[in-house]
Design a protein around this ligand. Sequence first.
Ligand SMILES: Cc1cc2nc3c(=O)[nH]c(=O)nc-3n(C[C@H](O)[C@H](O)[C@H](O)COP(=O)(O)O)c2cc1C
Length: 212
Amino acid sequence: MSINQNLDEIIKARRSIRMFTSEMPTKKDIETIVQAGALTPFAALANTGKDARKFFVVSRNNPLLNKLSSVVKNRAGIFAEQFKAQINSNPILQAQGQGFLKRLELTAQQGPLGIGSAPYYIVVAEKRGIPDVQHKSIAHCMENMWLKATALGLGFHLVSITTQMEQDDEFCNLLNLPFGEYRLDGCAIGYPAQNPPQPIRPRIDEVTTWYI
Ligand SMILES: Cc1cc2nc3c(=O)[nH]c(=O)nc-3n(C[C@H](O)[C@H](O)[C@H](O)COP(=O)(O)O)c2cc1C
C-alpha cells in the first residue's frame, strides 16, 4: 500500500473510542503518540520555546489520576450550578444548552469519562499568548496524537472538560502548572473494547461549493 493509501486508511479508521480493555499500552507507544503531538504546528507569533507546549502523561497506576479525577468531578458540579443559573436567565441558552448541562451533571455524579476509565489520561498545555490561539493549536496536537494512536491500534477519545480545568487552581497545582498561564485540553488512550458503528456523514458533494 502506498503512503497515500496508508494515510487515507488511518484517517478513515480514526474513531472516538470510549471503552477500553484493562491492558496497558507500552510507554514506548505512548511516547510516539506524544512525539506525533509535538510535531504539530504552533502559532509562532503567539508562542514559542520549550515552555510553550507541555504534555502530562498520567497512567491509572499513578495515584495522581484519582486526584485529578476527583478535582474534575467537584469542579463539574460547580460548573453545572453556574451553567444552570445562566440558562435560566437566557432563553437561547435554555433551548440549546440542555445537552451540555446534562453532561456536566453526569460528570459531577459519576466522575469524568476518560480520567480513570482509560489506562492513560494525557493533558496538553499551551502557554497563553497573544493572539489567544492556544486552543486551536492544541486541537492540531490532539488530532495528530489521535491519528498516531489509531495507527498503533489504540483507542482514543477527547476529554474536553480538561479545557475548563484551566480555571481550577487545584487541577493546575497538581500538574505543577502556574495557574492562569496555560490553555489545556486532554484525551484518554488505551486498547479499544468496542468497535462503534460508523456515524452518518454527509457526502462531500452535499457540503462542498466549488468555485473553479
Ligand atoms: C471540539 C470537540 C470536542 C469533543 N469533546 C469530546 C469529549 O469531551 N468526550 C468525548 O468522548 N468525545 C468528544 N468529542 C468527539 C466527538 O463526539 C466525535 O468526534 C464525534 O461524535 C464523531 O465521532 P468519531 O470521533 O468516532 O468520528 C469531541 C469532538 C470535538 C471536535
